[in-house]
Design a protein around this ligand. Structure first.
Ligand SMILES: O=C(O)CC1=CCC(=O)O1
Length: 261
């Protein structure tokens, strides 16, 4: 997979689809990487799709932690500019959805629409993130793995077919990258700025999501006038991985409704 060499950072990216097609930007969450979207991308053959490994994740560089949310937003902004994408629909899950919110506030000229998947203006509490960061500093990413899978996949997490892929990706994440990005989440509260957004938005919740539960997702949708809210059943925090065809149906419905196809 190609790397983009920014002056201070090398980011691993994948860009595919017809060059002149409407653009989509896909942003994964904490402890993930760009492969999260593999199952979904197959259902989107008519779009120009950019996805990346965020700093500290996948095959991208891992600067020393902590990271700031503004820095992570700037990374994605620079990639969009690098590829000359215009009027993109930005689709972010969890941490990726926080980056998407911040990017839309900062660069509405680049963002035509938002898909906020299993995310919120603020996720968790500072003490929760401090505790998780301390555990990863002491014992590595494995220390938070089981609790994360439980939050992400719900009570029957051990039997979830998505578990092996999630486990491989999370456990392969550089602890410094995980700590860096968790620090960015911990320091972020976008309630006031997200409430200023006025653009087509789809908010997707998963019924079994213990990290960003349906009520929180509904509250997030209510911040943005006109945002659509869709609840997916039988999935948790990562519905694009757990049920790619159903996720693609929701997404394609939204893209058609806003004429982004
Ligand atoms: O770990 C979690 O509970 C959920 C999460 C927060 C940000 C992210 O990307 O995942």
């Amino acid at each position: 997979m190609p790397h983009v060499f920014l002056p201070d950072l090398r980011l691993n990216v994948q860009i595919e689809g017809p060059e002149t097609a409407p653009a989509l930007v896909l942003i994964h969450g904490l402890g993930g990487d760009l492969r999260l979207w593999d199952g979904l991308v197959k259902h989107l053959p008519h779009h120009r799709i950019l996805r990346m490994d965020l700093r500290g994740h996948g095959q991208s560089d891992t600067p020393e932690p902590p990271y700031k949310m503004g820095t992570m937003i700037r990374d994605v902004e620079r990639l969009i500019e690098h590829f000359g994408l215009k009027d993109a629909v930005v689709i972010g899950v969890s941490l990726g959805g926080m980056i998407a919110q911040g990017l839309a506030v900062k660069r509405l000229d680049l963002v035509r629409g938002l898909v906020l998947s299993n995310t919120a203006p603020r996720i968790g509490t500072v003490p929760q993130w401090q505790e998780r960061i301390a555990a990863v500093e002491t014992s590595g990413v494995g220390a938070i793995a089981e609790a994360s899978f439980q939050r992400w996949l719900g009570r029957a997490w051990r039997d979830n077919p998505a578990l092996p892929a999630l486990r491989d990706t999370l456990l392969a994440t550089n602890p410094k990258g995980w700590i860096g990005a968790a620090s960015a989440i911990s320091g972020t509260d976008f309630y006031e700025t997200t409430a200023t957004l006025r653009l087509p938005t789809l908010v997707i919740a998963g019924a079994n999501d213990g990290s960003t539960p349906p009520d929180l997702m509904r509250e997030t949708a209510d911040l943005i006038p006109g945002a659509r809210y869709q609840l997916m059943r039988r999935v948790g925090h990562l519905p694009m991985l757990e049920d790619p065809p159903a996720y693609a149906d929701l997404l394609n419905g939204f893209l058609t409704a806003i004429g982004h196809n």
